[in-house]
Design a protein around this ligand. Structure first.
Ligand code: MF3
Ligand code: CO
Length: 259
């Protein structure tokens, strides 16, 4: 189902989005060498509750995972790229950490992810991956607006990732979002312009380019959730929730509020 939100609902989405952006930046600032992934989960749980919001993850039981996720944030380290299940792991200098967070507040969900290098290590490979996903996300957002087609966004995202030299996996991508986290339409990270659903004001989309340095093949951890690169190479993932407006697209998941 594709949901089109009313202006009041979009306004609620701005509040949820700002909360997601703020939690991610707070966790980022606190994630240093020596931080445990379970601490990150606990901080996130407390911030969600403190804001009167709800986790979209705790009870989530999709076909691509095993049982309810049971945690409040995805923490994917190095070769882990998507759905990283928080576990007893202490971050080291130079770890490439992806935080992915979705919450529901006042009936509207927002979903965002950031990847960054923990500590002060140079980590050129990790930084190049991060930069490619951030540029791909910007290109996807720039292609969005009323009248644009989903394929236009997919093409914009995929062109940046492929142009940076990374293989693009099509098993997981972006998605519609609204009263629940995962909705139609699917937004593949590669595609052909002029195809697919035509965007209109009130549609919320989560765009989420992700890449693995030298493969497009994923493997699932023994935990049944965490998805890693099949070769063990580094990875990155960046995501924002955007709202289609009358004159373009607005990013909802920025820490200071929508733009
Ligand atoms: N927020 C993720 C996405 O970007 C989905 C995480 S599902 C979870 O679509 F259950 F693993 F948390
Ligand atoms: Co998402």
């Amino acid at each position: 189902m594709i949901e089109i939100l009313s202006p009041t609902e979009v306004a609620r989405g701005r509040v949820t989005g700002a909360l997601v952006g703020e939690i991610l930046q707070t966790v980022r600032a606190r994630s240093v060498p020596g931080t445990n992934l379970l601490e990150i989960d606990a901080w996130t749980k407390a911030m969600i509750a403190g804001a009167g919001a709800e986790s979209c993850y705790v009870d989530y039981e999709p076909s691509f995972g095993r049982g309810p996720f049971g945690h409040h944030i995805c923490t994917s380290v190095n070769d882990a790229v998507l759905h990283g299940l928080p576990h007893d792991y202490t971050l080291a200098d130079g770890d490439v950490l992806t935080l992915d967070l979705a919450v529901l507040k006042s009936g509207v969900a927002a979903d965002a992810a950031i990847t960054f290098v923990v500590g002060s290590s140079g980590q050129p490979v990790g930084r190049a991956l991060i930069e490619a996903t951030e540029r791909a996300l910007e290109a996807g957002i720039a292609a969005a607006g009323p009248g644009a087609r989903i394929g236009d966004l997919s093409h914009a995202i995929g062109s940046v990732l492929a142009g940076a030299g990374y293989p693009v996996n099509t098993q997981f991508g972006g998605h519609g979002i609204g009263s629940t986290m995962h909705q139609d339409p699917h937004v593949s990270n590669t595609g052909r312009p002029g195809r697919g659903f035509t965007l209109r004001p009130g549609l919320l989309l989560a765009l989420e380019p992700w890449v693995m340095a030298d493969t497009d093949e994923l493997v699932t951890d023994a935990d049944g959730w965490t998805l890693r690169s099949a070769t063990g190479c580094l990875t990155a993932h960046t995501e924002h929730t955007i709202a289609i407006t009358e004159d373009g697209a607005e990013i909802l998941t920025l820490p200071g509020g929508a733009r």
